[in-house]
Design a protein around this ligand. Structure first.
Ligand code: PLP
Length: 377
């Protein structure tokens, strides 16, 4: 019974130590350096895209992707309401206005039919839609077979928010390869981490080069400091890129551990009425976080009660993302809703899913869950 069990703690071992120490000893401590170049090359190859720009966060990558598409004041950008705030915040940074669209209740991902209705409505009002930003929620790709042709029909570029989905696949293609540009996050709780960082991926050389330029304070290529645009300080440091290279080398192994956890939770809840695990073996997801959905009428208890039971045993769980249309900061925003995201927020719970959890910790979590559901509430 020692130590708190976290939802998704960093998984750092000897390989990360060695890469980081090598980077320190190489003298490339100053912002950029060979580890950044190598990390970008290796990630582009892994995902199967032509260009990768390592950045200080996934949020920065979203911001630069939208700027690269010319999104700005007067535009609207369609964002799923069920996401982390960063997706919507990046839209606001550009001066554009987010329009929130509800989710498919079975996956939590953007409801493609509702997206179609939204694009029809926005066109009839003469609004310019700067981009659609589908999110690969909890590591499972959005419905690109429906979303990409739809957006193409309306001439709206897609930015894939794959912050949670590195390593996932969809119909044979990797998460991060959809749309005009895609975004990864290496925040501390993601499937792999650089302690903080992100990446912009694109097959569009010009878009990638422009992002690189803006991320480096929009410095002109001359010896003195010459600026013709407002820039940002958004690049990833060489030390953190070294950490990222080690994590990327271990990515498949870390995904396997998370997948194993989801399988164990699925078995644990298999005989429990009113509880389902979001996603399954064939969904191509990376199992970033295991989410259960609890129907209180059938189960006889609600997600919050299980959460409280686990919390008393020093085990961290969290509700799924609180939808953007329910956030005070976005209270006035336009939303196209079915109620699916709000329901998932009420009935969903994310369980400890980190690849660094050891057998003893996993046993503690499973025992505590078995104790709770076994008590017949
Ligand atoms: C984590 C996350 C981000 C932001 O990434 P940071 O690296 O933390 O800036 C963006 N979108 C989604 C869906 C995320 O989960």
């Amino acid at each position: 019974m020692t130590g708190r069990v976290y939802l998704s703690a960093p998984d750092i071992g000897p390989l990360e130590e060695r890469y980081l120490l090598d980077a320190v000893r190489s003298g490339w401590v100053a912002p950029l350096g060979p580890s950044v170049d190598a990390f970008e090359r290796e990630m582009a190859e892994r995902v199967g895209v032509a260009h990768a720009v390592a950045l200080s966060s996934g949020t920065a990558a979203l911001h630069l992707a939208l700027l690269g598409l010319g999104v700005g004041p007067g535009d609207v950008v369609v964002v799923p309401t069920l996401t982390f705030a960063a997706t919507a915040n990046a839209v606001v940074y550009t001066g554009a206005e987010p329009v929130f669209v509800d989710c498919d209740p079975a996956t939590g991902n953007l409801d493609a039919a509702l997206l179609a209705d939204t694009l029809v409505a926005l066109r009839s009002e003469g609004r310019r839609v700067g981009a659609v930003v589908p999110v690969d929620l909890f590591g499972r790709c959005a419905d690109y077979a429906a979303i990409l042709p739809l957006c193409a029909e309306y001439g709206v570029p897609v930015v894939e928010d794959a912050a949670e989905a590195l390593g996932a696949t969809y119909r044979g293609a990797a998460a991060g390869s959809f749309g005009r540009a895609a975004v990864l996050s290496f925040n501390g709780n993601k499937i792999m981490t650089t302690s903080g960082g992100g990446m912009l991926l694109s097959d569009d050389a010009e878009l990638a080069a422009h992002a690189r330029y803006l991320a480096t304070q929009a410095r002109q290529p001359v010896v003195h400091y010459e600026h013709t645009d407002i820039g940002y300080n958004y690049r990833l440091s060489n030390l953190l890129a070294a950490l990222g290279r080690a994590q990327l080398a271990r990515l498949d192994e870390m995904i396997e551990r998370r997948r194993g956890l989801r399988d164990r939770y699925a078995k644990l809840f298999a005989g429990v009425d009113g509880v389902s695990v979001l996603g399954d073996e064939d969904d191509g997801g990376n199992c970033w976080l295991t989410v259960i959905v609890v129907d209180p009428a059938t189960a006889g208890w609600c997600a919050g009660e299980l959460s409280a039971h686990l919390s008393e045993r020093d085990i961290e769980t969290r509700p799924v993302w609180k939808p953007m249309h329910l956030q005070p900061v976005f209270a006035g925003a336009r939303s196209v809703l079915t109620g699916a995201a709000a329901r998932l927020f009420e009935t969903g719970l994310t369980l400890p899913s980190g690849s660094a959890l050891d057998e003893q910790q996993i046993g503690r979590v499973c025992d505590a869950i078995a104790e709770f559901v076994g008590n017949g509430q």
